[in-house]
Ligand binder design. Sequence first.
Ligand SMILES: [Zn+2]
Length: 193
Amino acid sequence: MNEKYRENAERAVEILIRYIEKSDGGLREGLIRTPERVIESFDEIFSGYSLNAEEILDSTFNAEGYDGIVLLKDMEFHSTCEHHLQPFSGSAHIAYIPIERIVGISKLARLLDMHSKRLQNQERITLSIADDLVRVLKPLGCAVILEAQHGCMKCRGVKKNNAIMSTSAMRGVFFENPEARAEILQLIQAKRA
Ligand SMILES: [Zn+2]
């Protein structure tokens, strides 16, 4: 991305700050470097655009006969709502049942981060992770559950501070088989003693 593009983005933040402070003049002292910092933080918050699932899930291993559930639960995630540019964050639980191939467990966390670090809605993150796992890993089934609190509901609009939004995507055996679905939900809820 070229330098001009970045300068324009910093200019845009400066214009927003003037709008917020209802000021036509130059930026006051505490705000002078804010546009630069905001764009710098955007580079991190929105770093998910430069990645894809094929790259993240590229190295898989022989499952050596393991055919049970692999679950990574209580993963923290932070994202940005595309409607209000407000943060939303919470926990994600990602599970799959392998057919022959397993993937390094940290790759599931990286997949979550890739989708979270974009302008998003929670439903799309949930579906995208499930789609990627089905497409790349071809498991017997996969389950993705996200629970999050949304800044745009806390600070504005309906102001419901403690509301938690849950979304889920069940694929393969978790969609078709009620016992498999019950097992995964139980594993996720099982208390971390
Ligand atoms: Zn929103």
